[in-house]
Design a protein around this ligand. Structure first.
Ligand code: UFG
Length: 331
């Protein structure tokens, strides 16, 4: 009984692998190391270097490790890049997921947890965002994830496969015990960027737009601690194992903070008054994205324990300090 974690050398996948191992499960990580790092794979997990779209390899890994469930994190996640390289995003996120799903079905895997995104909603007219809102992604990234959700839904009807797609809002922070964190070579996420500014990894940062229709003019997001998110995956797997139906669930806390509030928190927790410039709006940024977060609590019994911006920032900062001297470029 082993869980195959694709992308387990990356940010969220490594935390999910930790949560599975902490819960006494066996884990095999499959990662091509295009973004992740070999050292980020948690101790105790088996590791196979390769592509989740490599059908024959996935079949072999499933057979050799007696895999009974898959958590699929591998993918490309930078929204602006997806606009520049759409076909790469459809390949990495959609085509490779199709091959993985095929290998899963052909190997008799019945439980599949998929790493999806709030990006599938696009720019909703109202917030909080509920799971049954229309899916209108505005980037190839969001569309590539939406297409995979649809494939899984159809495959679950046709085959003996059930899945949960978790639609993440803004994932941040790091393992409180310091075992993992965000190591992406190309950082774009606000709390990561601000943590890098606070720890001197980058000289300064910018706020992308202060003229949104929000109380302080900056965008509002629902920041969720990566460890709570990782635990949601374990609960989703237990839910399927107990016979739960396939479903999609938002992963957020149901509250938001503005970009300014986040930057103030990073300055306060770090004690560093780093330079913050004002820049133009970033294309495609909706003013406010907050999860309607009831479904996951009701269906999975998920009880977040790190819903605290100060703790999220503290863990992100600690991780950023611990990265110094390691093999991660801060591009
Ligand atoms: N921001 C800045 N300066 C920075 C970085 C970000 O002002 O240096 C702002 C952005 O403009 C945005 C907010 O901080 O208003 C959050 O930006 P992130 O890049 O951290 O995250 P996004 O909201 O753009 O996107 C993330 C994921 C998506 C997911 C989305 C859902 O990358 O996959 O959250 O909320 F869909």
């Amino acid at each position: 009984m082993t869980v195959l974690v694709t992308g387990g050398a990356g940010y969220i996948g490594s935390h999910a692998a930790l949560a599975l191992l902490d819960g006494g499960r066996n884990v095999v990580v499959l990662d091509n190391l295009s973004q992740g790092h070999r050292w980020a794979v948690p101790a105790g997990a088996a590791f196979v270097e390769g592509d989740c779209g490599d059908y024959d390899l996935v079949r072999r890994v499933i057979a050799e490790h007696e895999v009974t469930a898959i958590m699929h994190f591998a993918g490309s996640i930078i929204v602006p890049d997806s606009v520049i390289y759409p076909l790469e995003y459809y390949y990495n996120n959609t085509v490779n997921s199709r091959a993985l799903a095929q290998a899963a079905v052909d190997s008799g895997i019945r439980h599949f947890i998929f790493s999806s995104t709030a990006g599938v909603y696009g720019e909703p007219e109202t917030t909080p965002i509920l799971e049954d809102f229309a899916l209108k992604p505005i980037s190839p990234y969001g569309t590539s994830k939406m297409m995979t959700e649809k494939m899984l839904a159809d495959a679950a009807i046709a085959h003996d496969l059930r899945y949960v797609a978790l639609r993440y809002f803004n994932v941040a922070g790091a393992d409180p015990a310091g075992r993992s964190g965000q190591t992406s070579r190309k950082a774009t996420h606000l709390i990561k960027i601000a943590s890098q500014a606070a720890t001197g990894v980058r000289p300064k940062m910018a706020i992308y737009g202060e003229d949104y229709e929000t109380p302080d003019g900056t965008c509002i997001r629902d920041y969720i601690h990566v460890t709570d998110l990782a635990n949601a995956h374990v609960l989703a797997l237990e839910y399927l194992e107990k016979g739960g139906e396939s479903d999609v669930m938002n992963c957020g806390y149901g509250r938001g903070f503005s970009v300014r509030e986040v930057i103030d928190a990073v300055k306060q927790v770090s004690g560093v008054d780093f330079t913050v410039d004002l820049a133009e709006r970033r294309a495609g940024d909706p003013a406010a994205l907050i999860a309607g977060a009831d479904r996951i609590r009701q269906k999975l019994g998920w009880k977040p324990v790190h819903d605290d911006l100060t703790a999220i920032v503290r863990h992100a900062l600690d991780w950023e300090e611990s990265l110094k001297g390691r093999e991660v470029s801060a591009a």
